[in-house]
Design a protein around this ligand. Structure first.
Ligand code: GLU
Length: 475
């Protein structure tokens, strides 16, 4: 049997991390078994579905590298087929027309609530002859669900879950306006797409019993189900807007790498020993739905950020350069080849220190133009240190900048000659060049900036008064 899975989002909101994880598990499971992964956009709720949401889903999945093996199927295009199946059930006596008016249904619901029962349809049209149909009432089509015995789901994550059929009423397949219900459409589509494994959030578990009844009524093979626990916020509550970045694309904006987010989402609820950093290839090799835990997973931003730093260090430099460039261009306009060369030169050092792409871009920004002095950096540039830097500039003017070791040696000798420690030279130099008190090692920083820019920045140090002003302004 070829394993075929699907991700079936409703385009009514964001692609949030819960959905992304569901998609990832479906993708990994199918890849692990050499099968297929499909995407179905469940856009039957026309009022709530938007094109923008569809775009965000497709863009989010593409960014995460969770791409389907076939073009997405839009559920709304399958309307005629949903209707057809309902009519087949009707013809086979597995479904019936129900002529209840909205008032009757409301009355049924109220009575049940009054009597402390769960509101259910009482099956009043189940065995009635259609000739009794009241004039002018359009019927709904309901499934003639079994009333005895039980429906059992052998769930790959939740284990055996059962419900007495007496608890389930005759569900509507087609509403009186002729539109299919969501539960019915999902079954017809999953069947026609040949889905063998339905992996989805455990909020759908209760739907499964009814959906199995439709499969049985049609004589279709029932797929295997795996209901995975939801993701909760760090506070243990259901994930919501309140928890900040929940849309996948927001993580992209915040400078997370897709492989880091996938690694994190994979580990959130699934584990393989104490393996933490897992590549896509390894994930495909190791992933098994049986290892998904049953407890709700908790979002842990610190862990995600840690993984992001790990993947950042492993990432290809040219790719990181492009990401940095895209971010810096927003602030400084298009970069030049010189800017690029500077960033490239310092990247090995920068990426050791950054946690996100945004951090990385921020840390590289001084390579484009010296930022405003941070107060602590300004404080380092008093008159005597400026004089020191002027003497140093003269030395640097004669030093080749190509080689870090030579630069380091020049600074060391200069410090020795001045009777200072290396750091006492490096700190004001760093402040003067970067406007900060922290940066990658000073020799690497100098090499990346190059001699011309270094000397220009040293020469252009703002007057002392200005530095002191900056300090005073900021308290
Ligand atoms: N469209 C449903 C949702 O977005 C998923 C349905 C399913 O996976 O069966 O929650």
């Amino acid at each position: 049997m070829t394993v075929i899975t699907r991700f079936a989002p409703s385009p009514t909101g964001l692609l949030h991390i819960g959905g992304a994880r569901t998609a990832l598990y479906n993708f990994l499971f199918s890849r692990h078994h050499g099968g297929k992964f499909l995407l179905r956009i469940e856009d039957t709720d026309r009022a709530r579905s938007t094109e923008e949401a569809v775009r965000v889903i497709l863009e989010g999945l593409e960014w995460l590298g969770i791409t389907p093996d076939e073009p997405p199927l839009f559920q709304s295009t399958r309307f005629a087929r949903h209707v057809e199946v309902a009519h087949q059930l009707l013809a086979a006596g597995k479904a019936y027309r129900c002529y209840c008016t909205p008032e009757e249904l409301a009355e049924m619901r109220e009575r049940a609530l009054r009597e402390g029962r769960a509101p259910r349809y009482d099956g009043r049209w189940r065995n009635r002859d259609p000739s009794e149909a009241p004039p002018g009432v359009a019927p709904a089509i309901r499934l003639k669900a079994p009333q005895e015995g039980e429906t059992v789901v052998e769930d790959l994550v939740q284990g055996t879950v059962r419900v007495a059929n007496a608890e389930l009423d005759d569900m509507i397949l087609l509403r009186s306006d002729g539109t299919p219900t969501y539960l019915h459409a999902v079954v017809v589509d999953d069947h026609d797409m040949g889905i063998t494994h339905v992996i989805r959030g455990d909020d759908h578990l209760t739907n499964t019993f009814r959906q199995i009844q439709i499969y049985r009524a049609m004589g279709w093979e029932v797929p295997r189900f795996a209901h995975i626990p939801l993701i909760h916020g760090a506070d243990g509550k259901k994930l919501s807007k309140r928890h900040g970045a929940v849309s996948v694309l927001e993580f992209r904006e915040q400078g997370y790498l897709p492989e880091a987010l996938c690694n994190y989402l994979l580990r959130l609820g699934w584990g393989h020993g104490d393996l933490e950093v897992i590549s896509r290839e390894e994930a495909i090799r190791l992933f098994d739905i049986k290892d998904v835990g049953r407890a709700p997973a908790r979002m842990d931003y610190a862990k995600l950020t840690h993984l992001n730093a790990v993947w950042l260090r492993r990432a290809d430099d040219e790719r990181l350069l492009a990401e940095i460039e895209a971010r810096l261009a927003l602030r400084f306009g298009p970069l030049t080849e010189t800017h690029r060369a500077r960033i490239r030169a310092l990247l090995p050092e920068l990426k050791e220190r950054a946690k996100t792409l945004n951090d990385l871009a921020e840390a590289a920004s001084f390579l484009i133009t010296r930022p405003e002095f941070e107060p602590k950096a300004a404080a380092l540039l008093d008159a005597s240190r400026r004089a020191l830097l002027a003497r140093l500039a003269a030395r640097l003017a004669e030093t080749p900048f190509e080689d870090r070791a030579t630069l380091h040696e020049t600074l060391r000798q200069f410090a020795e000659a001045e009777g200072l420690k290396l750091g006492e030279v490096a700190q004001p130099l760093r402040a003067a060049l970067t406007g900060r008190t922290t940066s990658p090692p000073i020799d690497a920083t100098l090499a990346a900036l190059g001699r011309e820019e270094t000397l220009a920045r040293l020469k252009a140090l703002p007057p002392l008064e200005e530095a002191v002003e900056t300090l005073r302004d900021r308290g």
